[in-house]
Design a binder for this molecule. Structure first.
Ligand SMILES: Nc1ncnc2c1ncn2[C@@H]1O[C@H](COP(=O)(O)OP(=O)(O)OP(=O)(O)O)[C@@H](O)[C@H]1O
Ligand SMILES: [Mg+2]
Length: 652
């Protein structure tokens, strides 16, 4: 009767037929549920299969068909939930009839979309398959097991991928979706090498093609660390354990994947912290040592200066003294480098245009590096100004350039470029002492031999050198490191054997407000005087020299080994023009306390403090005591006399 069917025509006619058809179907239970799961329609098939007449289920939920344990586990709700979100749910599962007997049902639940696409109800097609042939039942059980396995696989937190012997992906669980960023449909049937970055891909193909005898067997069982590749192309470290899945004579594999990103990140941070702590500890040790050396060298240099003057007519003595002085000054230079590493070097920061500074030393560098090495400059004309001790910065660049030269014995290129940049919050969080913000970046890139990671990890340590004895002190980079930190900056290095080395120096941008116009002190020639100077110094050797040098320059000198004795003199009758005191002293009062107490007693007194440490690192309130100058040890006679003269003539 096709003609009469066609004659029935469009929609309303098929609607008219639909309901009686559904009601009449006897082999399938066809039901409609509303959005909340209440039964709206219940056909003859549903009655026949379940034994419930429509009147007993309409308007109620479907739980009467479920086994008690499934009801307890909320299975009816779970099925609707899945269908609601993914459109459908299909399973082969046991159900229970009105009379309590059980049957095996194939149930397909479909969400019915409304005008806006969101489900407005559900349609269910259920078939009793208990009586189907044994083979069907086996298949049904297998399907059921499969759906159970899928549920389990999707619930585990580790990524699970199964592949066949050709590496074709057969299954890929939910955890993998979030690990790799690919949806299931995007990977099924494709080769697993899409989940690996380039260098591992080939290796994997090789493994797969030589399975099962050789390749894959090697990695079966034990977990190993490999890199994974996400959909966006980024890579991440992962632990991969591989197991074999015999599949009807064919070899297949299951890979269990655990993301190691967080663990690696935590390890990296721990290492960085350990390294920073080590540098800090070495810095403190070095700083203390350098301070003591300074005192010793001050005595040696002072005595030699005096000796030279006393015996200036004796040529032999003069020569011996000159040699001794030279060595002592070299010692002082070494000490200064150690202080630089310990961030205790006295600095004279001033506003600087980094391009101009670099431009200024290139000539010198060209000469030092020799003809075989080309220096290329790429200086951004818009770099922000910075505040830096110019001389020390030049020394740092010279140090880095010398290292580059040593790494390029056969010649090469040293590229120096400058640009503006930022260190962000995330970077600062991962690197102790880095403050996020704007930085001027100075990059030195050489085409030399580079370094392996064991060396790279140690290059900033004082006395670490790979150069032959007598060639390098191993203090060059330590100095640069300490100097950068002391200047509020940061230094990074990237290097690989045979791929050259890149150092980046980050100097904080000088903003207009913080601009401090540092002026280099003009240094007039020294001369003596006849005023009274009170010398307070706990080191007897040093005190003797200072007293002698000042006395010889014409000053009237009083002396005290500590603050208590000094206060006695200050409170006495003799007028004192200048208090020259060490800062770090034993006893209750240090040099700063003494300076303050002296100023209270004698408001007109001038103060000159001396120390082996620069100002900023000395404990005590305020950067500088009021009305005081600072002379850094060890100092030469001329420096002492100049500072004393300035302190008396030009009090601050
Ligand atoms: N550009 C570079 N290329 C390759 N290796 C480098 C580079 N810069 C530094 N190094 C390595 O770092 C080590 C330490 O460098 P550092 O400047 O602190 O000391 P040094 O150069 O050995 O001695 P000094 O600087 O006192 O002459 C060097 O011995 C070298 O192994
Ligand atoms: Mg060096």
């Amino acid at each position: 009767m096709p003609s009469s069917l066609t004659a029935l025509g469009p929609c309303e006619d098929s609607q008219r037929l639909l309901e009686p058809f559904i009601a009449a179907v006897g082999d399938y239970a066809l039901l409609l549920l509303d959005q909340d799961g209440h039964v709206l329609s219940w056909n003859r098939g549903a009655e026949l299969i379940s034994g419930y007449p429509a009147g007993e289920v309409l308007g109620r939920r479907l739980s009467c068909l479920y086994l008690p344990e499934d009801v307890a586990a909320g299975k009816a709700e779970y099925v609707l939930e899945v269908a609601f979100h993914s459109g459908r749910h299909e399973e082969i599962g046991e159900r229970v009839r009105k009379n309590g007997s059980r049957f095996l049902a194939n149930v397909l639940t479909t969400a019915i979309p409304g005008a806006d696409g969101r489900p407005i109800g559900f349609g269910i097609i259920m078939r009793d398959i208990t009586a189907r042939p044994a083979e069907d039942l086996v298949k049904a059980r297998a399907a059921r097991l499969r759906s159970l396995i899928d549920t389990v696989l999707d619930t585990v937190v580790d990524g699970l991928v199964t592949i066949d012997s050709h590496g074709v992906i057969q299954s890929y669980n939910k955890a993998c979706v979030s690990l790799f960023g690919y949806a299931v449909e995007e990977v099924l049937g494709r080769n697993v090498n899409m989940l690996m970055p380039a260098p591992d891909r080939g290796e994997h193909d090789r493994y797969a093609s030589t399975t099962p005898e050789t390749g894959m067997a090697k990695i079966i069982g034990a977990g190993r660390e490999v890199m994974g590749r996400r959909k966006d192309g980024s890579t991440f470290p992962m632990e991969l354990a591989v197991g074999e899945l015999p599949q009807g004579g064919n070899q297949a594999f299951v890979g269990i994947i655990r993301d190691l990103t967080e663990r690696r990140e935590a390890e990296k941070q721990r290492d960085q912290l350990r390294q920073a702590q080590k540098m800090e500890a070495v810095g403190q040790l070095t700083g203390g040592l350098a301070h003591d050396f300074n005192n010793l060298l001050a005595i040696i240099i002072g005595n030699l200066d005096l000796l030279r003057e006393i015996r200036q007519d004796d040529l032999v003595t003069e020569e011996l003294v000159r040699d001794a002085l030279e060595s002592a000054l070299r010692g002082a230079d070494l000490t200064r480098r150690l202080l630089a590493f310990a961030r205790l070097q006295p600095l004279q920061p001033e506003r600087a245009d980094i391009n101009a500074v670099i431009g200024g030393i290139v000539k010198l560098l060209t000469r030092t590096l020799g003809e075989n090495i080309a220096i290329e400059l790429a200086l951004s004309p818009t770099v922000w100004p910075v505040q830096i001790d110019r001389a020390q910065f030049e020394a740092a660049i010279a140090n880095l350039a010398t290292n580059a030269r040593d790494a390029m014995p056969k010649g090469g290129t040293l590229l120096i470029d400058t640009r503006n940049g930022q260190l962000d919050e995330a970077y600062a969080a991962a690197h102790s002492e880095v403050i996020p913000g704007d930085y001027v970046v100075i990059e030195l890139r050489d085409s030399g031999g580079g370094m392996p990671s064991e060396i790279l990890a140690r290059i900033f340590e004082p006395f670490f050198t790979t150069k032959e004895q007598g060639k390098g002190t191993g203090l060059g980079l330590s100095m640069v490191f300490g100097f950068m930190k002391q200047s509020g900056g940061h230094i990074t290095v990237h290097s690989e054997p045979e791929k050259g080395t890149t150092f980046r120096l980050f100097l904080p941008r000088l903003d207009a407000v913080a601009l401090v116009q540092g002026e280099r002190s003009t240094k007039p020639a020294w001369r003596g005087g006849s005023e009274t100077v009170l010398v307070v110094e706990d080191n007897a050797g040093l005190r003797r020299i200072v007293v002698r040098q000042l006395s010889e320059a014409g000053y009237h000198v009083l002396q005290a080994p500590d603050a208590a004795v000094a206060m006695g003199l200050i409170e006495g009758p003799v007028p004192i023009h200048l208090l020259l005191s060490d800062i770090v002293m034993p006893g209750d009062m240090d040099g700063r306390d003494l300076a303050r107490a002296a100023a209270r007693r004698r408001p007109a007194i001038n103060v000159l403090l001396t120390s082996g440490f620069p100002d900023a690192r000395i404990p005590g309130p305020g950067a500088r005591s009021p009305g005081s100058r600072l002379l850094i040890k060890p100092y030469r006679k001329e420096e002492l006399l100049r500072a004393v003269r300035e302190a008396i003539d030009d009090p601050i």
